[in-house]
Design a protein around this ligand. Structure first.
Ligand code: AKG
Length: 258
């Protein structure tokens, strides 16, 4: 893999991860490496998306392929992305954040197509993960410039130090649950937004509250990869996860959303 990872001091990263609940690396990849990644991803869309299962690919409008908005398990369909997820410094960053070796769980794609996207509701990933502890992280790589207009990520700094907040059905495709009591003074005070260039990398704790607005642009997309890793100490209740996914899948099928 011919990519150069621009990684700051790992000890400092660990310290800020523990304190804030996330890492922010403004330029993990240079503009030229982002060109390589985006070319590989365009190839992926052409060659691999047609092979994916319907529950792994979500469209805002499934009759319009230009509205591709979310994908799961990219690593299973392509060697380049398998390597990026399993054997690159992104995995080292996850292990550094958690303070233990990690197991890759799923590589994801998050887009907000112009004019049609939903907001990302405030949520805590660990609420969906079905783990017996909270040892998990999600890496998030901006594939293009992100800002207020196209829906950059916001974290509630330090929220990983508290208990899970109550979640309820959000009715937003791809984010079936959201925090129901979000918006307290503490939430507002501690919210930090992450505008940045293509190549900006974030890595957040399973318990941190995060969200993004919809894409308000009529021309820009808001494309990003997600990289989910568990710590080796976390046990995944696979059956519980599958049962939830099946229930969700059946509901979405019935409503003709997927
Ligand atoms: O890209 C987004 O808007 C949401 C991403 C997200 O929720 C995550 O990476 O856990």
């Amino acid at each position: 893999m011919n990519l150069e990872f621009n990684i700051p001091n790992m000890v400092d990263l660990k310290k800020s991860y523990d304190e804030d609940g996330y890492n922010h690396i403004p330029e993990l990849f240079s503009a030229s490496d982002m060109d390589i990644l985006n070319k590989e991803f365009n190839r992926y869309i052409k060659d691999c998306v047609p092979m994916m299962k319907d529950q792994e690919v979500y469209y805002v409008d499934k009759s319009n392929k230009d509205t591709l908005m979310q994908m799961q398990k990219l690593e299973e369909y392509d060697n380049f992305f398998h390597e990026l997820f399993f054997n690159s410094k992104i995995k080292d960053l996850a292990a550094n954040a958690l303070g233990e070796d990690v197991v890759p769980r799923a590589m994801e794609y998050f887009n907000k197509p112009p004019g049609k996207s939903n907001p990302t509701p405030p949520h805590q990933d660990g609420y969906y993960f079905n783990l017996d502890n909270d040892k998990a992280v999600t890496g998030w790589l901006a594939l293009e410039d992100v800002d207020d207009e196209n829906g950059c990520i916001h974290y509630v700094k330090g929220s990983h130090k508290h208990e899970y907040r109550p979640h309820g059905r959000s009715e937003i495709l791809g984010f079936s649950q959201g925090v129901t009591d979000f918006g307290t003074e503490e939430d507002k005070k501690n919210t930090v937004k992450f505008e940045g260039k293509a190549g900006m990398f974030l890595m957040h704790d399973a318990k941190i509250i995060h969200f993004a607005s919809s894409n308000k642009s009529s021309v820009r997309t808001r494309r990003a990869f997600g990289f989910v890793y568990h710590g080796v100490s976390a046990k995944h209740d696979v059956e519980k996860g599958k049962a939830y996914q099946k229930k969700l899948h059946d509901e979405l099928k019935e409503k003709k959303i997927i």
